[in-house]
Design a protein around this ligand. Structure first.
Ligand SMILES: [Zn+2]
Length: 273
C-alpha cells in the first residue's frame, strides 16, 4: 500500500501560532529559509526515489517561482495552500474564492499545468466553513486535504471519519488519526509527528494501513532547526520547536519503512480521482 506524503510549503514566520508576533506587513523583512529547506527535502526524496505533494502558499510562489519549477520538474505534485495563510473560516465564501483563484492562476502560470489539490491553512475547513468544498469544486479542484477528524480548539470535525470520501464531485482526504480509548488521536504530521516517538508513528501507520493509506504532512521549517527563534510564550515555543532536531531522521525512517507517493497518486490507487 502506498501512503501520501505532503509538505505545506510556508516560511517559519507564516505559522498561525506566531500570528500575534509577526505581522503580514513585516513578512518581507524576515529571513527567508524556504529555498534551503525545500532543497534539503528534495535531496532526501531523491535519495529514496520518493514522490510527494507540495501544497504551496501563493505568497511563496510569487517570490520563489524557480523553486516551484524545480519541485515540479522532479516529478512531485504541486498543489495549493492559500495565498497568505488566512484561515478559511475567517473569510467569506467570496473572499475565499477570489484568493484561491488568484493563487491557482499564479501557480499554473509558473508550472504550466493544472493544479487539482488544495489544503487549507491550519486545517481551517471545519463545520462552519464546509462551503469551501463547493468553492473548490467550482474552481476545478479534484481533491481537498484539510479536514482533521479530531477535537481541537482551532480546527477539526471529529465525526468526519478517517477514510477519504467524495463530497459533491470533490474528494476529501482527511488527516490520519487512530482510535485509542474511544478518541481520535492525530498521528503522522506536524507537531504530532515531532512530539510522538517514532515507534508510535510507525505502529500507528501500520494500524491505518490495515484498512487504508495514511497521509503524512510536514512543514519545511520542521526540518530546519537553524531557523530564527521567535520571542513568544513558553507553550508557543514548545509547540514550535520540540523535536525539530530529530525530525529529519524521522522523515528518512518513514520513507524507508513505508512506501510514499503524492496525494493525487494515492487517490488514483484507490480509484477515487
Ligand atoms: Zn500552513
Amino acid at each position: 500500500m502506498r501512503n501520501a506524503l505532503s509538505f505545506d510549503v510556508e516560511e517559519w514566520f507564516h505559522v498561525h501560532n506566531f500570528e500575534k508576533y509577526i505581522k503580514y506587513a513585516d513578512w518581507d523583512k524576515c529571513e527567508s529559509r524556504i529555498e534551503i529547506e525545500v532543497k534539503k527535502i528534495l535531496d532526501i526524496l531523491d535519495t529514496n526515489n520518493t514522490k510527494a505533494t507540495f501544497f504551496i502558499l501563493g505568497w511563496i510562489a510569487e517570490r520563489h517561482p524557480e523553486l516551484i519549477k524545480e519541485i515540479d520538474k522532479k516529478g512531485h505534485e504541486i498543489a495549493i495552500h492559500g495565498y497568505r495563510h488566512r484561515l478559511v473560516y475567517t473569510m467569506t465564501p467570496k473572499e475565499f474564492e477570489a484568493e484561491i483563484s488568484k493563487v491557482k492562476k499564479i501557480i499554473e502560470k509558473i508550472i504550466k499545468k493544472k493544479v487539482i489539490g488544495h489544503r487549507a491553512p491550519s486545517f481551517s475547513i471545519t463545520e462552519k466553513s464546509m462551503w469551501a468544498l463547493n468553492v473548490l469544486e467550482k474552481l476545478g479542484f479534484k481533491y481537498d486535504s484539510s479536514i482533521f477528524p479530531i477535537i481541537h480548539p482551532d480546527y477539526g470535525i471529529p465525526k468526519f471519519g478517517t477514510n477519504p470520501k467524495k463530497i459533491g464531485k470533490l474528494m476529501e482526504f482527511p488527516m490520519s488519526t487512530i482510535k485509542l480509548l474511544g478518541k481520535n488521536i492525530p498521528v503522522a504530521g506536524g507537531g504530532y509527528l515531532r512530539t510522538q516517538p517514532y515507534w508510535f508513528t510507525k505502529w500507528a501507520i501500520k494500524q491505518i494501513n490495515k484498512k487504508q493509506p495514511a497521509i503524512v504532512y510536514i512543514h519545511p521549517w520542521e526540518l530546519d532547526p537553524e531557523h530564527p527563534k521567535i520571542k513568544s510564550t513558553f507553550l508557543q515555543n514548545w509547540r514550535h520547536r520540540t523535536g525539530l532536531r530529530a525530525n529529519e531522521k524521522k522523515l528518512k525512517k518513514l520513507i524507508t519503512d513505508f512506501k510514499f507517493t503524492t496525494v493525487k497518486d494515492v487517490l488514483k490507487d484507490m480509484r477515487l480521482v
